[in-house]
Design a protein around this ligand. Structure first.
Ligand SMILES: [Zn+2]
Length: 376
């Protein structure tokens, strides 16, 4: 499979991220075949403050610790669009590469994160929902502050105008009206960002990390890439309309947790499929499922030898059952899913000290009647 991927995408080309000449030559010759060649991570933050809601905040002290960890462990911090370009071109992502992102454009990014990043001359991305900025809402940065951050190397990207759950229809909205509304919420935000900052990268972070297949299809048509909030490193199999990021805030972000996550490698996958049950008779083409179900994630691995080493976990349920069929690992929740967001996280040791392969699958769970119930 690896060979087939390389043939389809052309030989991996070295890219200019400070690779040594020797490593660059190896990459150019396609000699680096181990998963060690692919290990870029995208970090996701909201507030960097002691005063904001803990679930979406890291303290300024914690943020400094994270950044110091990257320095002390020789990580290269690159602009997000550079990682996206490499993924699109099928190029390998060098080990120990990270991009830093902030969602919602809160004021504390300007006051507390910018000075730390500026000191190191590091690029970062702010995903902006444009309505609160246009309305000069308290707690958010201004367009002036965004322009100042852009001057310091920030990428200003799209988080929609209004921060709605994009996959949800509003009351009384038919499918066409809904599609037109979300198209507007994305296109209008991109237009406002371009008018105010001159930037247009066509990168969206889904509000709440939520999407369905129709939202993804619309973004593909608009030529956008899009990021979720399901965890995991970027890899050659990553879905360009559901790219993973590691969120930090609330219970996530102790230095130990951070170190484990930034060192992860993408699970070497050939294919991912979703099913209604173990029998795999009913394929699901959608991450949206109903309350009370226990959907199955099927991961087909490049190497069968890895299959028996994979452990999976579900949100709020701890370790969950896995079954191995040749080079495919199946897993599903122990208990029926509750309405809201659920993730299955699957990991396996890479054989290197403290390093894990990591893959996360998101589910969006409606009520039994198909209606959305959670409001956060
Ligand atoms: Zn957001």
């Amino acid at each position: 499979m690896k060979r087939a991927v390389l043939q389809r995408r052309g030989l991996p080309r070295a890219w200019s991220l400070g690779l040594s000449a020797v490593a660059a030559t190896w990459l150019a010759l396609g000699l680096v075949q181990s998963p060690s060649a692919t290990a870029a991570v995208v970090l996701q933050y909201h507030h960097v403050s002691e005063e904001s809601p803990p679930s979406t905040s890291v303290t300024p002290e914690r943020f400094k610790e994270h950044m110091n960890y990257l320095v002390n462990h020789d990580f290269k911090v690159v602009p997000l669009e550079q990682l996206v370009a490499a993924l699109k071109a099928g190029e390998k992502l060098p080990d120990k590469t990270a991009a830093i992102t902030f969602d919602d454009a809160y004021e504390s990014v300007y006051t507390n994160a910018l000075p730390v990043l500026k000191k190191r001359d590091w690029p970062f991305t702010v995903f902006v929902n444009t309505n609160p900025i246009d309305e000069e809402k308290h707690g958010f940065v201004s367009w002036d502050q965004l322009r100042k951050m852009a001057e310091e190397g920030a990428t200003i990207a799209n988080h929609s105008t209004a921060h709605n759950h994009l996959q949800r229809r509003k009351a009384g909205e038919d499918e066409k009206q809904w599609r037109e509304r979300i198209r507007h919420e994305v296109v209008k935000a991109e237009q406002r960002i371009e008018e105010e900052t001159g930037q247009s990268h066509k990168m969206l972070a889904y509000p709440y990390g939520e999407y369905n297949n129709q939202v993804k299809a619309l973004l593909e048509k608009l030529d956008f890439v899009a990021f979720g909030q399901q965890s995991g490193p970027l890899g050659p199999h990553s879905d360009l309309r559901a790219l993973p990021r590691f969120p930090f805030g609330g219970p996530y972000g102790s230095l130990e947790d951070f170190a484990t996550k930034v060192k992860t490698r993408p699970l070497p996958l050939e294919a991912v499929a979703l099913y209604a049950d173990w029998a795999r008779k009913e394929p699901l083409d959608e991450v949206v499922v109903k309350e009370g179900t226990r959907p199955v994630l099927a991961m087909t691995l490049e190497e069968a030898s890895l299959a028996g080493r994979i452990s999976c976990f579900a949100s709020g349920q701890g370790a969950i059952e896995t079954r191995v069929e040749e080079n495919t690992v199946l897993t599903r929740a122990n208990k029926p899913l509750n309405p809201g967001r659920t993730r299955y996280n699957c990991t396996a040791g890479t054989g290197e000290s403290g390093r894990f392969f990591w893959f996360s699958q998101q589910w969006l769970v409606t009520g039994e009647d198909g209606e959305w119930q959670h409001e956060d």
